[in-house]
Design a protein around this ligand. Structure first.
Ligand code: COA
Length: 558
């Protein structure tokens, strides 16, 4: 069946639904919700059997919903209506929440219900709930709704509902003197991703993001207690919280000490080494050990890896290789494993070209350290999504195990035709073939973990529930295997023979030569694309590779 997606953007949820429905044999085309007339044109061109709106910020025009069944994914339970659905649920700390797939009608979110799914609501960032629980629930509900629609024997039911208002900054306001840590955390969590909570820091208005609980530090309510790397710690009346990112007025979202120079003057509150703190605190790189396995986690906000983060992570990885372990598991973060170089810190630099160069070299150094590790086997365990260079950085490990449901974007061209580095020219072709590598890079489409394993790019796709435990068990088995010494010897021999055929330095130099052109050459596409990406400029057209109905040779099947 032909299904047209009308969506605000091709975000991770939309990508996941695109992959899941395509795998079920449906033909999907995408139109970004730019203007009613453009949507109507897309409907006329594609003549869809069904329209799906996975992520919309405006209502579907009557000219469309009155003639076609349009299913809308609403991030709320049955009966919930209106904007800021997830924000209200998180801020009010409801125990369970859900996703409803309903039919578009005149009143927003009030149409008949085709399917729904629920989940227990975690105490976590809204962006994390959206990428995990909401996405999984949406997949279940959309597949049920689509099956019901095409079965032709399901009648969706109208349900009574209650509409809530758009959550304003007044609803989100934080009072550091009066509110408890839990109340403030709930507000910051509910606003994460977008729009953040408006507050004042160093006399400057800014929006706060990326909150972390703190268990040990105390101070006067509202007092800034200190900083750790790029984050700052602020006291509440019964504890303290860390803030990792802020967006200043007219600025972009940045690590706090980069956005607000005064924050650099705060006293440093260091953690000794990489071992995971036993109590909650801000720790972006942490290490644990069990059963001969070292687990290195890097909880970098949005999966973006700045030059400084890459340098610190390389240092931590090198330290982990000195431990008496047989295996190192690179855990990444809980929402993202890695999305490659940090486009926001690059944008904020005095010379974005120079910072791009420094950042790509720093991430390449990390990839090289992983590739050349002779003392342990390495596993990249992807609990969260990965994009661009992050997908290839993971492939630098000896094994890549991904959680079922993880979305991958192993290509670079969407960022202004970037060539890419991270040794992808060494890592990708042997896995998927030269033609396969060219297709992945050219098509610029997302891929599920299952697909990545089917293609041979990654090694295993493990079930979502229990992924962390499963990874730890498999890693312990691998570390305890009687042939671990032979495996390590085989790994060293393979690296040596590969090096003799073509040195890693040659791959790197060839890739970086292309990247140098992207950063410093005549064509400014990468700088333009990065600017639009970091400033979240609304789309003004749908890329051709997504809008299949706009292909020159597209014809509505008769
Ligand atoms: N640098 C800085 N920020 C990044 C980032 C990067 N490399 N990748 C993602 N982000 C941020 C986004 O700006 C967004 O920020 P927000 O907090 O304001 O919402 C957030 O991470 C989530 O990204 P979004 O695009 O909404 O997530 P998604 O899951 O829908 O899409 C990707 C994932 C990977 C497809 C998309 O984020 C992307 O294309 N990232 C850029 C990858 C890249 O080109 N890296 C550089 C080359 S190595």
């Amino acid at each position: 069946m032909r299904i047209l997606f009308i969506t605000h953007s091709f975000n991770s949820l939309t990508q996941r639904l695109f992959c899941e429905l395509s795998q079920r044999g449906h033909e999907i085309s995408i139109e970004f919700d730019i203007a009613d007339a453009v949507n109507e044109e897309a409907v006329a061109l594609f003549a869809p059997d069904l329209i799906l709106a996975p992520f919309l910020k405006r209502a579907i025009p009557e000219a469309i919903w009155s003639r076609h069944v349009c299913l809308v994914v609403h991030p709320g339970i049955v009966g919930d209506r209106g904007p800021s659905a997830l924000d209200w649920a998180i801020q009010q700390a409801v125990p369970a929440w859900g996703v409803t797939v309903l039919q578009a009608e005149a009143e927003m979110d009030a149409g008949p219900v085709w399917a729904s799914a629920t989940f227990p609501l975690r105490n976590a960032l809204k962006s994390s709930i959206y990428r995990n629980e909401v996405t999984e629930a949406a997949v279940r509900a959309v597949i049920a709704a689509v099956d019901r629609y095409f079965s032709g024997n399901f009648t969706p039911q109208q349900v009574a509902g209650k509409a809530h208002a758009l959550m304003t900054q007044a609803d989100r306001a934080i009072d550091w003197a009066q509110q408890t840590t839990a109340e403030i955390l709930a507000r910051l969590n509910a606003a994460d991703g977008f729009p953040g909570v408006a507050d004042q820091l160093f006399g400057q208005t800014c929006h706060l993001f990326d909150a972390w609980p703190e268990a040990a530090l105390r101070g006067e309510p509202g007092e800034l207690l200190g900083r750790r790397q790029t984050a700052i710690c602020r006291a509440t009346k019964d504890g303290a919280l860390w803030i990792g990112h802020v967006k200043t007025v007219g600025g972009i979202k940045l690590p706090v000490t980069l956005a607000l120079p005064a924050a650099r003057e705060l006293p440093e509150l260091p953690l000794a080494g990489y071992w995971k703190s036993p109590t909650p605190t801000w720790q972006d790189i942490s290490y644990e050990e069990a059963a001969g396995v070292g687990f290195l986690a890097f909880e970098f906000y949005n999966g973006a890896m700045s030059t400084a983060q890459c340098l610190r992570l390389t240092e931590a990885f090198q330290w982990a290789t000195t431990r008496p372990t047989k295996l190192i598991v690179l855990r990444g973060g809980s929402d993202f494993w890695s999305n490659g170089v940090h486009l926001n810190t690059i944008e904020a630099a005095e010379s974005p070209a120079d910072e791009s160069w420094a950042n790509i070299n720093a991430i390449d150094d990390l990839a090289e350290a992983i590739l050349c590790c002779e003392t342990q086997l390495t596993v990249a365990a992807l609990a969260g999504n990965a994009g661009a260079g992050g997908c290839f950085l993971a492939r630098a490990a000896d094994f890549v195990w991904a959680r079922d449901g993880v979305m991958l974007n192993p290509h670079y061209k969407n960022m202004g035709n970037l060539y890419g580095s991270e040794f992808w020219t060494y890592l990708l072709p042997p896995r998927v073939g030269v033609d396969g590598a060219r297709d992945i890079m050219r098509h610029r489409l997302p891929m599920t973990a299952t697909e990545a394993v089917r293609l041979g790019f990654y090694d295993a796709c493990l079930p979502g529930p229990g992924f962390t435990i499963d990874v730890a068990r498999r890693a312990a088995e691998l570390a305890a295997a009687p042939d671990i010494a032979q495996r390590l010897a085989a790994k060293r021999a393979k690296r040596q023979s590969d090096e003799a055929i073509k040195p890693l330095a040659a791959y790197r130099q060839e890739e970086l030569q292309e990247m140098r052109r992207n950063f410093y050459g005549f064509d400014p596409s990468y700088h333009v694309a990065r600017y639009h990406f970091v400033t979240r400029t609304p789309h003004s057209w749908t890329p051709r590779h997504l809008a299949r109905h706009r292909d020159l040779d597209w014809k509505v099947p008769v």
